[in-house]
Design a protein around this ligand. Structure first.
Ligand SMILES: *Cc1c(COP(=O)(O)O)cnc(C)c1O
Length: 379
């Protein structure tokens, strides 16, 4: 089945009790049993909920995976993956990644004795060199937030397989419409469904997709034991969002191309970070593993005073100044003081994230209006 068809029909089985075409919002905490332990497969809603099951079916299908689990947020999904590990285990992860992932790893899990080794994963050789007998997981994010660095998923998957290490990929920026890491050899795909999957800036949710049944069972055990499950209303919202994923991503990508090129040609702009440019160091790999380059990009002004960046950030009208991304409306963000403030400044600068970097989540409004808005703000 082609992706556009899949996005409309994934998880949509007529409700067995009424025939409702859309999975109902089963707003219930428990299920009545006929006799002790005789039930219809639903015992208690932390463990099972039909609206969530429909969404988990859809999640698996859209990532071309066999299984999926829904979580109350993207970081809750990441949290569940790290809970597969034991004290003394090592994780190799990207030095440039979402600030909340970095915070979870360093501030929460390090104190339980898990060691995180940060490397520049854009060179798969660095990952290979960091492998030790204790490495149990490789955590990738590509494209990265906010520098749009690209890692070769298939190349890292070869290293992971050869050393019997799990490979997890945060696929939030690309969405399943542009990149499918399970097909490139990843064991687990993670999404912040808050972003492109929900697509309308109205829900917080996370997802994990996988092919291995045993891995699914271990993660399901963590999901129900730790309890970071989404409510049925939130599951309904993401199910609705997924239906338009194909058309939305097409529009995000078209606008992304136009805005990236317009910024590049603007004499006041010093640098645009977008993997669609041939001179982007990850362009060839992005072209190989992604279907298009997406709607996320970052840029720096020639006047690289942080005050000038802050002036631009406060001057747009269509681009709202806000954290998050992937919604139909355009957003503008200052990573150094907003999304990535939890990363120490020294670390940020070392990884190339300057105080004056501006990140855009290009929405699906008319590109001419968006360009006009940026033009007036940059001045
Ligand atoms: C937003 C985001 C997360 C965290 O997801 P939440 O839904 O906010 O918990 C993780 N990774 C990336 C790349 C993100 O953009």
């Amino acid at each position: 089945m082609k992706p556009a068809t899949k996005y409309i029909h994934a998880g949509m089985n007529p409700d067995p009790s009424t025939g409702a075409i859309i999975p109902p919002i089963y707003q219930t905490s428990t299920y009545v049993q006929e006799a002790p332990a005789t039930h219809k497969g639903y015992e208690y809603a932390r463990s099972q909920n039909p609206t969530r099951s429909a969404l988990e079916d859809a999640y698996a299908q859209i990532e071309n995976g066999k299984y999926a689990l829904a979580f109350s947020s993207g970081v809750a999904a990441t949290d569940a993956v790290i809970k597969l590990l034991q004290p003394d285990d090592e994780v190799i992860c990207a030095s440039d990644m979402y600030g909340g992932t970095y915070r979870l790893f360093t501030k929460v899990f390090e104190k339980f004795g898990i060691k995180f080794v940060y490397v520049d994963t854009t060179n798969a050789g660095n990952v290979k060199n960091a492998v030790t007998a204790k490495t149990k997981l490789i955590w990738l994010e590509t494209p990265t937030n906010p520098l749009m660095n690209i890692t070769d998923i298939a190349a890292v998957a070869v290293i992971a397989k050869a050393n019997n290490i799990l490979l997890a990929v945060d696929n939030t920026f690309a969405s399943p419409a542009l990149q499918n890491p399970l097909e490139l050899g990843a064991d687990i795909v993670m999404h912040s469904a808050t972003k492109y999957l929900g697509g309308h800036s109205d829900v917080i949710q996370g997802a994990l997709m996988m092919n291995d049944k045993e891995l699914r069972e271990r993660l399901y055990f963590i999901q129900k034991s730790c309890g970071a499950v989404p409510g049925p209303m939130d599951c309904f919202l993401v199910l609705r969002g997924i239906k338009t994923l194909g058309v939305r991503m097409k529009a995000h990508c078209e606008n992304g191309i136009k805005i990236a090129h317009w910024l590049k040609a603007n004499p006041k702009v010093a640098k645009v970070y977008w993997p669609g440019f041939e001179e982007h160091p990850g362009h060839a790999v992005a072209k190989k593993q992604m279907k298009a380059f997406g709607g996320m990009l970052s840029f720096e002004l020639k006047n690289n005073h942080v005050d000038e960046a802050k002036r631009v950030l406060s001057s747009t009208h269509l681009f709202s100044l806000a954290e998050s991304l992937g919604g139909v409306e355009s957003l503008i963000n200052h990573p150094a003081s907003m999304t990535h403030a939890s990363i120490p400044r020294e670390e940020r600068i070392k990884n190339g994230l300057s105080d004056s970097l501006i990140r855009l989540s290009v929405g699906i409004e008319d590109a001419d209006d968006l360009i006009d808005d940026l033009n007036k703000a940059i001045g």
